[in-house]
Design a protein around this ligand. Structure first.
Ligand code: HEM
Length: 461
């Protein structure tokens, strides 16, 4: 396949093999079909085979020309060339709904915003300060939503938890009615994030835009109140992410604008609660499927409980001891990464795998395809937490949080949240899965189709 080089107009360039599919929709329906079937990697594998091109193939999704870069080599290339040959890109419904925030800006501006976020969410700051708060919120959640119940729909229930935790740590919201009000707006807003950007009454996208405005108004009120509280010494600069945003500036004394803060909090509520909900839900599923793994996790967590006084909260040092439990969580995220992959955009024409990727094309890397490939993980569909012992997986084969300058900023938050939840759930309950082998679909994130209903068996005291 040849393509006229737009720069010189005189030479022809090689595009990667592949097909653009139907006009406008391209190959979107094939990708959707594979994702809803829980096997998005099938879309990639079939095309690698058909086009006999293991490194890269071209496709088209909803009007965008896309080069899919395959395997660890593709991940390495994209993560290593951020801001040089490629830059982060999200489909237009996402950019239109979230406005100016970390995922819709690039270059030095994005570096600055990431730095501010990471000085609150990064491993140095976060885990050492917030493990105990996470434990308090988790215990209260289990007391209200799990204890005394015979059956629980895990996905729905954990979603409430993750949202409540984010509201507590980002905004210091504790009042259940306030969290519920924000949550009800937020859940409907989320439905438009994966929808077509059709902005007229009756569409999901239109409704989401309206709700995003309502949430922004609500957040603006919280910001104004916090500014006053900070001035009067009734709030501290380190009490939560909002105070941190309001009081952090760069070396020239430049602060985030109020709209930057609102949009970034909206983004973090979105990015920070669905992915963790999915991970916790899928870990509970795996522990229900593998009783021997459950027993080992329980043993590790009971050892940690034994070393603590009654009622004493978990601390950073306790989290560091949860090695086996984290290997289990990592194996769950290997087999089913909550986010299947993400996009970049070509900043210039460049060569990859012997083909030319034209400027403006979008690029896709697929965590789920890399994770489920026998070439990267022996017997890749087999659940085996011991893969993460010792040196662990080869670089760029395990990428549930992405990589490079755009790697997930919430990785540490997620790690502590998952481990604190796991500690509390296994030390309180054992459970049976009510729908054996429940299917997981990607829509667009991994979700059990019935929400993982389970029957609880509380431990005897
Ligand atoms: C198990 C849980 C999580 C998983 C699997 C996950 C996964 C990811 C992935 C795959 C990316 C895209 C990286 C890329 O394009 O290279 C990402 C980005 C991001 N995540 Fe997470 N995430 C999780 C939890 C969180 C949490 C708890 C937060 C917030 C507290 C968060 C905030 C973000 C943000 C803001 C970005 C955009 C970073 C940027 O563009 O610079 N994530 N995450």
């Amino acid at each position: 396949i040849v393509y006229w080089n737009r720069k010189s107009g005189s030479s022809k360039i090689n595009l990667p093999p592949g097909s653009f599919g139907w006009p406008f929709i391209g190959e979107t329906l094939s990708l959707l079909g594979a994702a809803l079937n829980g096997t998005p990697e099938r879309f990639v594998r079939e095309r690698i085979k058909k086009h006999r091109s293991p490194l890269v193939f071209k496709t088209s999704l909803l009007g965008d020309s896309i080069a899919v870069l395959c395997g660890p080599a593709g991940n390495k290339f994209l993560f290593g060339n951020e801001n040089k040959l490629v830059a982060l890109w999200w489909p237009s419904p996402v950019t239109k709904l979230f406005g100016r925030c970390l995922i819709t800006i690039r270059g030095d501006e994005a570096k600055w915003m990431r730095k501010i976020m990471l000085s609150y969410l990064g491993p140095d700051a976060f885990a050492s300060h917030y493990a105990a708060t996470m434990d308090i919120v988790t215990r209260r959640h289990i007391q209200v939503h799990w204890r005394g119940k015979e059956e629980v729909n895990v996905y729905k229930t954990v979603k409430l938890f993750a949202f409540e935790l984010a509201c507590r740590l980002f905004l210091s919201l504790e009042e259940p009615n306030h969290i519920e009000k924000l949550g009800s707006l937020f859940y409907v807003f989320l439905k438009g994030v994966g929808a077509l950007p059709l902005n007229f009454p009756g569409t999901r996208f239109y409704r989401s835009k309206k709700l995003a405005e309502a949430i922004r108004k609500e957040l603006m009120v919280i910001i104004k109140e916090r500014r006053v509280a900070l001035k009067e010494g009734k709030a501290s600069s380190s009490q939560d992410l909002l105070s941190h945003f309001l009081t952090s500036c760069d070396e020239n004394g430049r602060f985030l604008t109020e709209m930057d803060i609102v949009n970034n909090i909206l983004l973090l509520l979105f990015a920070g609660h669905d992915t963790s909900t999915i991970s916790i839900t899928l870990i509970i599923k795996s522990l229900g499927e593998y009783p021997d793994v459950y027993d080992k996790v329980l043993k590790e967590q009971l050892e940690i409980s034994k070393g603590k006084a009654t009622g004493e909260m978990l601390r950073w040092e306790d989290i560091q001891k949860m090695r086996y439990s984290w290997n289990v969580a990592s194996e769950v995220m290997r087999i089913t990464p909550p986010a299947g992959g993400s996009f970049r955009e070509a900043l210039v024409d460049f060569e990859y795998g012997g083909y030319t990727i034209p400027k403006g094309w979008k690029l896709y890397w697929s965590a789920v395809t890399t994770h489920r490939d026998d070439a990267n993980f022996q017997d890749a569909t087999h659940f085996d937490p011991s893969r993460f012992e010792g040196v662990g997986p080869t670089p760029f084969t395990y990428v549930p949080f992405g990589g490079g300058p755009r790697m997930c900023v919430g990785k540490e938050f997620a790690r502590v949240e998952i481990l604190v939840f796991l500690h509390n759930i296994v030390t309180n309950f054992k459970w049976d899965l009510l729908v054996p082998n429940e299917k997981i679909e990607y829509d667009p994130m991994a979700t059990p189709i019935k929400g993982l209903p389970i029957r609880l068996h509380p431990h005897q005291a």
